[in-house]
Design a protein around this ligand. Structure first.
Ligand code: MOS
Length: 733
């Protein structure tokens, strides 16, 4: 059954990607295609007094300039604009009215025969504003933070326990705003079909989410619009909600009755969502033996004026370590900015960073090894729900990671490890994420020549969904993987939610199993009726598909080939679609975990930090594909290096405008910043979570990495930097 599951199978879409055969949203051709270029607001709050496109319209090749004043109809009810992952509030609507809600807001779309003309002509649009007072600085507005309701249970009396603690640590950790910088720019090609219907090639993490959104926003019937997104060049959460370019391209196509493409520039992508800046206040109180007596975590996060974006920053401190007293809160500050959005391990990347830096500071105060401290408050039960885990091999992550890293050779005192001019620091941290799963439907079409097409509306955002779907289908159908073709990310295909939350591996794999079982049922019916059939009277549960045959599971030699069964039954193709729902399990908590170890080298005179080694030991149930899985973790680690040392969106609060909206000045790790990364998958058998024991890997890779590096920088330099990113000026300060 497991020829492919669990093996380092190469990406089935790898060849298409490296040869350029894979098409992305901005690459699909169409006859008579025209191009839209976005004009953005240059103030953060107010209204458009006048907008004058007369000079723009004189430019050769310009066809139209769409604004709030002349655009085709758009829905006016909030409900029509709420996509499946919208937070509470009133969603942003591009070109809806004259109101300006954030700097960089799209206010016009210039459409021309070619992109260059549209881009030039866009500079000629004259806008006059009525500006209003605004605020964009979270720290300046900290006093306005208001509690965001989230069910969390305080345990005991955290304030009293903190006050009486033998050793106490309390501090603010500041995570800046960070922006997604996927390689692929946000883009939509809206194709105007001859019958007036629209085929929308969009960069998105959820084609059915975008489809439903466009149908309500434009008051269209489901058949009028089809959304397709076969390949996504990275999205990391920024494509969970429909982004504004899909609305603009659709508006353009409806206005001109022509195919329209809108590609955002790198700079314009800074007007989309982002990881919200947060101030994370963590308090830890310990007894002198190193056990925790109090944990408090308060997060203060930015959101827009119009939506309440809030993620689980503090829940990890709530569940991870054993402590009788605890208190948590999540507060929001509404500012004149666009709504934040999910960014890889939203909530956890920030909240666990603060928690794990604080744990390191506590271990120093207790004169305890950081791993030792974590083992003293290790819990086999989720502390917030008081539930056992479906599986939790975190202690094994600590052990395996420490062993591979050589942690036992660490000399604990800061500045005690040196190599020439460089101070060497070793730090570690815990990572944690959820193991979520969602209803997904899959259709399998098996033909008598032994080929199967497996299809589903799920996206592959680069995580490897095509490949694991092919692996699981090949094993479940008993066929070579070359005989499986996978179709994904078309809104007309069977139901799938957005690809996010690390839930798609488990969700899609089990949908494939469910659909394959339906195929096997029909094959058994056909094979069982053959004269002298070795499968006569066999129960479905006692059969398996192996090597192109349906066979008795206990005796594979008693088998009928798929081809024979189908020929005998006079069947050319077997088509089955099945929606898989996971049984609800209220008796267990479901999480993935990791232990991350980092080595940094800090130039003592210049303050330059290099992350020379990372070991990430991950417990995430069964790993479906150790090759693509390792890539997921490596990508997360690289981003963790960025969070620790490089990434920060800088805003000029006098203008409410981002100053570094480009990848020259918004720093992300490049090859020179990335050295040795060792990924260890710890065996974690899980009999409770789902049939295959799969938990998902998309986000756990980043969690814990920034803290492990910050802790290593402290160990190297004796300097505790609590404001990220840790840049050399802070080291030298
Ligand atoms: Mo992920 S932030 O759920 O795409």
């Amino acid at each position: 059954m497991n020829a492919y599951i669990g093996t380092p199978t190469s990406r089935v879409d790898g060849r298409a990607k490296v040869t350029g055969a894979a098409k992305y949203a901005g690459e699909f051709p169409a006859g008579g295609l025209v191009h839209g270029f976005v004009v953005e607001a240059t103030i953060p709050c107010g209204r458009i007094a006048t907008i004058d496109a007369s000079e723009t319209l004189k430019v050769k090749g310009v066809l139209d300039v769409l604004t709030h004043a002349n655009r085709p109809p758009l829905a006016d009810k909030d409900e029509a604009w709420k996509d499946e992952v919208a937070p509470e509030g009133s969603p942003f609507r591009p070109l809806y009215d004259d109101k300006i809600k954030f700097n960089g807001q799209p206010i016009a779309l210039v459409i021309a025969e070619d992109w260059e003309s549209a881009k030039f002509a866009a500079t000629l649009v004259r806008v006059e504003y009525e500006q209003q007072g605004f605020a964009t600085d979270l720290e300046g507005e900290r006093s306005k933070a208001a509690e965001k309701d989230r069910p969390h249970k305080p345990r005991g009396d955290a304030a009293a326990a903190l006050a009486r603690a033998d050793v106490r640590h309390e501090a603010d950790y500041v995570i800046p705003t960070e922006h997604h910088n996927p390689m692929e720019l946000y883009a939509t090609t809206a194709i105007w079909e001859s019958d007036g219907k629209l085929t929308i090639y969009d960069k998105t993490q959820g084609v059915q989410n975008v489809h439903k959104f466009l149908c309500t926003v434009f008051d269209k019937k489901p058949d009028d619009i089809r959304v397709v997104s076969p390949y996504v060049g990275g999205a990391f959460g920024s494509g969970l909600r429909p982004q504004y370019q899909v609305v603009l391209a659709t508006l353009g196509a409806l206005a001109l009755k022509r195919s329209v493409r809108v590609v955002l520039t790198r700079q314009q992508m800074y007007g989309l969502g982002y990881r919200p800046m947060t101030i994370e206040r963590v308090g830890l109180g310990a007894k002198s033996d190193g056990t925790l007596d109090a944990v408090t975590h308060e997060a203060i996060a930015v959101t827009s004026r119009y939506e309440d974006f809030a993620r689980n920053d503090t829940g990890w401190a709530e569940q991870l370590y054993s402590s009788p007293n605890s208190r948590f809160s999540h507060k929001l500050v509404h500012l004149d900015v666009s709504t934040p959005c999910d960014m890889r391990a939203p909530g956890a990347a920030s909240g666990v960073c603060a928690l794990e830096c604080a744990m390191d500071e506590l271990s120093v105060a207790l004169k305890l090894d950081p791993i030792e401290l974590r083992l003293k408050c290790y819990s086999d039960r989720d502390q917030s729900e008081n539930l056992p885990y479906t599986s939790k091999q975190l202690h094994e992550c600590y052990a395996r990671g420490a062993e591979a890293f050589g942690w036992s050779r660490r000399s604990p005192a800061p500045r005690s490890m040196r190599d020439g001019k460089e101070l060497v620091g070793w730090g570690m941290a815990t990572g944690v994420w959820e193991a979520l799963q969602m209803p997904v439907a899959v259709r399998i079409v098996l033909t008598s020549n032994g080929h199967a097409e497996v299809s589903c509306a799920a996206s592959d955002i680069g995580t490897g969904t095509y490949t694991i779907v092919a692996q699981v289908a090949a094993d479940a159908l008993g066929l070579p993987i070359e005989n499986i073709s996978v179709r994904l990310a078309d809104s007309t295909l069977p139901q799938a939610p957005v690809e996010g939350g690390s839930w798609m591996a488990a969700s899609s794999a089990h949908a494939v199993l469910a659909a394959a079982e339906e195929v096997r049922k029909e094959l058994l019916g056909l094979a069982g009726k053959m004269p002298g059939s070795p499968l006569a009277g066999a129960e479905l549960a006692d059969t398996a598909l192996i090597d192109g045959s349906i066979a008795r599971a206990d005796d594979n030699s008693r088998a009928v080939t798929i081809a024979d069964a189908m020929r005998h039954g006079g069947v050319e193709r077997i088509e089955k679609e099945k929606l898989n729902q996971f049984a609800e399990d209220k008796k267990h908590a479901r999480n993935t975990h990791s232990a991350v170890f980092a080595e940094v080298r800090v130039d003592e005179e210049l303050g330059i930090i290099r992350v020379t080694r990372i070991v990430s030991a991950v417990a995430a149930g069964r790993i479906l594909n150790t090759k693509t899985g390792r890539s997921q973790i490596m990508g997360g680690v690289v981003w963790g290096i960025g969070m620790a040392l490089h990434e920060e969106t800088v805003m000029d609060h006098r203008f409410g405008r981002i100053m570094n909206a480009n990848i020259a000045e918004y720093h992300i790790p490049v090859n020179a910043d990335v050295h040795d990364i060792d990924v260890i998958f710890v065996d974690e058998a899980d009999a409770h979570i789902n049939k295959l024991g799969v938990k998902g890997l998309g986000e756990i890779g980043i969690v814990g990495v920034p803290a492990s590096i910050a802790n290593a920088v402290y160990h190297a330099t004796g300097k505790r930097i609590r404001r990220f990113p840790i840049t050399l000026d802070k080291v030298l300060d």
